[in-house]
Write a protein that binds this ligand. Structure first.
Ligand SMILES: O=C([C@H](O)CO)[C@H](O)[C@H](O)COP(=O)(O)O
Length: 210
């Protein structure tokens, strides 16, 4: 079954916990977004881990160096998934994969800004990556980009790894993303920007779980 992930992209600690409280019953994975984890640090992960035992938690570190060293404390503190940039050295990627395996968790390789996405996906899968993240970032979305072509390219490789897709996904596109091969469907703005975030999360999850 495909899973939903909600990206918590606020900088405010209390607002993040409050939003997580609203959406947690309606999504599978809570994501602590990159700006949020940089601003608030591991204490936010510890808080969410204690409050939401029934959700998986992804920490979007987007690690670029010192993979094992940077990722290990987050797995130790309860992260289920930690991200590493696909543009990084393969030693960095392997370090995060090793840290994940040490704790029985998962490493996600983020393809944001990767030039040869097929090559990096194949190399990361061969190195033991658990999840490939097809990702059109917020700045790329602002320039009009979408993740659909990249998803088609990665799914066509048929490597047997999980595929996460992020980049402006909403209720209207969730089925298209799932049908194209995503196993984790990420939504941030479509949920936190909705008048009723709980209802928006529930709608997307009902589409993803169908
Ligand atoms: O990963 C993200 C971004 O790089 C900041 O951390 C977003 O959380 C991700 O793009 C999902 O958010 P939406 O695109 O708003 O759905």
């Amino acid at each position: 079954m495909a899973l939903t992930q909600m990206a918590l992209d606020s900088l405010d600690f209390d607002a993040t916990v409050a939003l997580a409280t609203t959406v947690a019953p309606h999504v599978d994975i809570l994501e602590i977004g990159t700006p949020c984890i940089k601003h608030n640090g591991i204490k936010l992960l510890e808080t969410l881990r204690a409050k939401f035992p029934n959700n998986k938690i992804l920490v979007d570190l987007k690690t670029a160096d010192a993979g094992f060293y940077e990722a290990e404390p987050f797995y130790k503190a309860g992260a289920d998934i930690v991200t590493v940039l696909g543009i990084s050295d393969m030693g960095t990627i392997k370090g995060v994969i090793d840290a994940a395996n040490k704790y029985g968790k998962k490493a996600q390789i983020d393809l944001i800004n990767v030039a040869d996405k097929a090559a990096v996906t194949k190399a990361a899968a061969a190195a033991g990556a658990h999840i490939i993240g097809v990702h059109t970032g917020l700045d790329q979305q602002a320039a009009g980009q979408t993740p659909f072509a990249d998803l088609a390219l990665v799914a066509a490789l048929n490597l047997g790894v999980e595929i996460s897709v992020a980049g402006g996904v909403k209720a209207a596109t969730a089925k298209q993303v799932k049908d194209a091969g995503a196993t984790i469907i990420v939504a941030g703005a479509a949920i936190y920007g909705a008048a009723d975030p709980a209802a928006a999360a529930a709608e997307i999850t009902s589409i993803v779980h169908a």
